[in-house]
Design a protein around this ligand. Structure first.
Ligand code: HEC
Ligand code: HEC
Length: 333
């Protein structure tokens, strides 16, 4: 190979040309990457602008990809379906996540989890703080499942979050899907009658939830040590009435009148159930909804249950406030 002396004048020209070409192509690259990211942003904006909540359908189990992410999503789905079986140290009641979040968390009238990924972090008046999705999941572990805090850094929490992200696919941040604010509000707030509620319970509910309300291997408990705690939304009369009216009896939902739903909800919630440690600090700025069954700032309990059952590990039943770091100012290298 011939060695070209770099000092040769013609070579300087060539070198300059090469440099110019390199610079030009770098510019071109920059330009193209800029326009590519602009295109992505435009696509996202266009998608968000054209997103029609009413037409959107969540992906199903069959849509879970067959790759590593898909494996995590599938594990997350099975965790919410088989919670006490999979996580007995954390889910100590007979309830699974899907006992309330029916159809794998996709049923609009049963506090759907679809779109939850796009709704967090959000401010929760009950906690008086901005809450991330893992903490929100843990509120259900500790209150709705009357269980223990699942370590946010655990693989299992990650899997549940992967599933929640999956069933929120394509939902733009800030979109209000049906059921985005939990159980659908009942049109009229009625007052449940306990005696009528008992009659309805005996007629409509015992076939599955059993005469003592404790359920069995196939059906979740409605009260007692294996049911949801007093700190769960379901322990509120109007929330429970909404769930029951829209979804129960499981075999013929919609067959009760709204009044009957309030009656049976009041009856179910009049029974003993697990306590929820720390509940008195809920709604720290006041303004608890009328049907909250325990005392909070400026709020008198609404029809509290007959008694509260002590939790075995009360310190694990409270979702800790996220710790603040010191910013590294004092860190030594
Ligand atoms: C006893 C019923 C019940 C059980 C069991 C339950 N939840 Fe919930 N969950 C609710 C209700 C009700 C709401 C909505 C609050 C409302 O309507 O006031 C909710 C809300 C949520 C939210 C927030 C949704 C949003 O977009 O704001 C998440 C996430 C969640 N639950 C996850 C779970 C997971 C995961 C489990 C299992 C570990 C679980 N839940 C078990 C009743 C339950
Ligand atoms: C045909 C059986 C069946 C009947 C009848 C039935 N349920 Fe349920 N119920 C279920 C099942 C199953 C679930 C769990 C949801 C799921 O797996 O989809 C459930 C869940 C619930 C829950 C939330 C979970 C829990 O344990 O707290 C409540 C509350 C509830 N039912 C109340 C009632 C009431 C009140 C009635 C009577 C009006 C009733 N159900 C009648 C089968 C039934």
């Amino acid at each position: 190979m011939r060695v070209i002396p770099m000092t040769a004048p013609w070579d300087t020209v060539l070198q300059r040309t090469l440099l110019w070409l390199a610079a030009a192509s770098a510019l071109a690259c920059q330009g193209s990457s800029k326009s590519a990211s602009a295109a992505t942003a435009r696509d996202t904006a266009a998608k968000a602008a054209t997103f029609v909540a009413a037409n959107w359908r969540p992906p199903t189990e069959a849509d879970i990809p067959n790759d590593s992410l898909g494996a995590a999503i599938r594990r997350g789905l099975y965790l919410i379906r088989f919670t006490p079986e999979s996580l007995p140290a954390y889910a100590t009641s007979s309830l699974r996540c899907t006992s309330c979040h029916q159809n794998d968390g996709t049923k609009a009238s049963a506090a759907p989890l679809t779109g939850a990924h796009a709704r967090y972090p959000k401010y929760m008046t009950r906690s008086g703080a901005v809450i991330g999705l893992a903490d929100r999941v843990n509120y259900c572990f500790t209150r709705s499942l009357a269980g223990n805090v699942l370590p946010p850094e655990s693989r299992q929490m990650n899997d549940i979050l992967a599933y929640l992200a999956f069933i929120s696919h394509d939902v733009p941040v800030g979109t209000n899907l049906a059921g985005a604010s939990g159980l659908v509000s009942m049109k009229d707030t009625l007052v449940g009658d306990l005696a009528r509620g008992e009659t309805i319970f005996k007629r409509e509910c015992v076939a599955c939830h059993q005469a003592d309300g404790q359920g069995n291997a196939a059906f979740p408990a409605l009260w007692g040590p294996k049911s949801f705690s007093i700190g769960a939304s379901m322990a509120r009369e109007e929330r429970a009435a909404s769930f029951v009216w829209h979804n129960m009896p499981q075999s013929k939902p919609g067959s009760l009148t709204p009044q009957e739903a309030f009656d049976v909800a009041a009856f179910v919630n009049s029974h003993p159930r697990p306590d929820s440690p720390g509940k008195e600090t809920d709604w720290p700025s006041g303004g608890a909804p009328k049907d909250v069954p325990y005392a909070t700032k400026g709020h008198e309990p609404h029809r509290p249950p007959a008694s509260l059952l002590a939790r075995r590990t009360p310190d694990r039943a409270i979702v800790p406030t996220p710790p603040e770091v010191d910013g590294g100012a004092k860190r030594e290298h």
